[in-house]
Write a protein that binds this ligand. Structure first.
Ligand code: 5AD
Length: 464
């Protein structure tokens, strides 16, 4: 059986795309393996958001290409955002690539690989590099297969592809194209199928999820298409938890805030990228909201769910970022008190609007600003986590922890990782855990059988 190894760079959308490719390949008789060295086909699913991500994938490809010298049947393919961004220019540096697959063509990978396998069986010549970077209508519906080899307690579900925003720093509209939405029916069917196989939690994925269905699905009594989708997913029997990533502050309207008050499966955790706390910077970034509006959304969310957990993305060192502008970001960051954040140093991307503004903030200043925010984050997430010591958290157990005999890992509603001693039979269940210790990123605790009703306690202890 041909053995394929897939390595993924970048965001959850990329992870999900890789997972769908893996499922499609398995369905066609390929073995998808975890060990790069035992594979005769390696696919890299790439990211283009920052220069560093591209360099990593290019470096790895150069290294892997050497395997062709000793194994003439070895197949090396690149997929995804960097491929869409750089196209066949990649072949100048990496002439040994066998496959270049764009972001709307993941579902073509099995057919493409089949051509190499046929040639190995003497059924035709080995193809030259196969390139497919075209747009394809309907391709948003092709990211729906999940591998049924193992049960996914928590699964990603792609609801849309592409982005219609024009953030000046961002390459994604170029790599992912314009917004395309899946149908609510097919999304719900996919989730029902997952639930029938034991999935308890879904994370709905899209570049800007709250744009879902815009100008295609009508509002209903003031409810946006995205919130209509959340309502439908909330009604799926057997599903316990709903998350999504990422929304944009621009479309974070009242209906979405209120959804947190009425949809019981919607978990109290929002990843809401702010990028900057300075209005002048937000303007230069073409982010159509203000610092004040961001605070307003945070306040509204906290009113509906006082313990809601918040995370964000921030870019430091965007062109022209002054001390004063950074100070505005720093103060917003401190005042909100995020549970989690991804802080990025600005990376100039050819073809974006901000590439014309010059990358004029020095590496030292970017570094300093990055560290300043990381320090605040460390303090605020530790404070938030420590406040949970002594409380009982509902934890959805996902599987064995990477370290520790008999230890399992799960997440609380606020998306914090929790480590607890348990048994394999409890995987996939929501169990009460009394938290006894906290670090910046992890809670640990003990299963807690008191404080829950007797039948639940009975069935839990039977499972133990
Ligand atoms: N430089 C640095 N960070 C970037 N991001 C997007 N483009 C760039 C860039 N050119 C960050 C944003 C976005 C996250 C996924 O990546 O913060 O929300």
């Amino acid at each position: 059986m041909n053995r394929v190894y897939i390595k993924t760079y970048g965001c959850q959308m990329n992870e999900r795309d890789s997972e769908a490719v893996a499922a499609q390949l398995r369905g066609r008789g390929y073995a998808v393996v975890d060990d790069e060295h035992s594979a005769d086909i390696v696919l890299l699913n790439t990211c283009a958001v920052r220069e560093q991500a591209e360099q990593k994938a290019i470096g790895k490809s150069g290294h892997l290409a050497k395997r062709k010298r000793t194994n003439p049947n070895f197949v090396l393919g690149l997929m995804g955002c960097m491929v869409q961004n750089r196209g066949t220019d990649l072949l100048e540096k990496l002439p040994d690539l066998d496959l270049l697959v764009g972001t709307q063509k993941f579902h073509r990978v099995p057919q493409m690989l089949d051509q190499f396998i046929s040639s190995q069986k003497g059924l035709g010549p080995r193809p030259a590099t196969l390139v497919d970077l075209e747009e394809e209508e309907g391709s948003e519906e092709t990211i729906r297969e999940h591998t049924s080899d193992e049960r996914q307690v928590s699964a990603f579900v792609s609801i849309m592809q592409g982005c219609n925003m024009h953030c000046t720093f961002c390459i994604v509209p170029k790599t992912r194209g314009a917004e395309r939405y899946r149908s609510m029916d097919s999304i719900c069917e996919e989730i029902e199928e997952l639930v029938s196989q034991g999935t308890k939690e879904v994370t709905l994925l899209g570049q800007i999820v709250n744009s879902f269905g815009m100008r295609q699905i009508p509002y209903k009594a003031g409810i946006s298409p995205f919130v209509q989708l959340l309502e439908r997913v909330n009604a799926i029997e057997g599903l316990e938890r709903i998350r999504f990533t990422s929304p944009h502050p621009r479309g974070f309207q009242k209906d979405l805030v209120e959804a947190y008050g009425r949809l019981e499966k919607l978990m109290p955790y929002v990843h809401l990228p702010v990028q900057s706390g300075s209005d002048s910077m937000l303007k230069r970034m073409r982010r159509p909201y203000t610092r004040r509006r961001f605070f307003e959304i945070v306040d509204q969310l906290r009113e509906v769910r006082p313990n809601i957990c918040l995370s964000t993305d921030i870019i430091v060192g965007f062109p022209g970022e002054t001390e004063e502008e950074f100070e505005a970001t720093r103060s917003l960051f401190e005042e909100v008190g995020f549970d989690m954040a991804f802080i990025f140093k600005y990376s100039e991307r050819g073809g974006t609007k901000s590439a014309d503004m010059g990358d004029d903030v020095s590496a030292e200043i970017k570094d300093y600003r990055n560290k300043a925010l990381l320090e605040i984050l460390g303090e605020s997430s530790l404070r938030r986590n420590e406040s949970m010591i002594g409380t009982v958290q509902d934890v959805l157990l996902e599987g064995p922890a990477r370290k520790g005999e008999g230890k399992f890992v799960g997440r609380n509603p606020g998306n914090r990782k929790v480590i607890v001693s348990a048994t394999p039979r409890l995987v996939g269940q929501i169990v009460p855990v009394k938290v006894d210790a906290a670090t910046v990123s992890i809670l640990t605790g003990e299963l807690c059988l008191t404080g829950i009703d007797e039948t639940a306690a009975g069935s839990l202890s039977q499972n133990l």
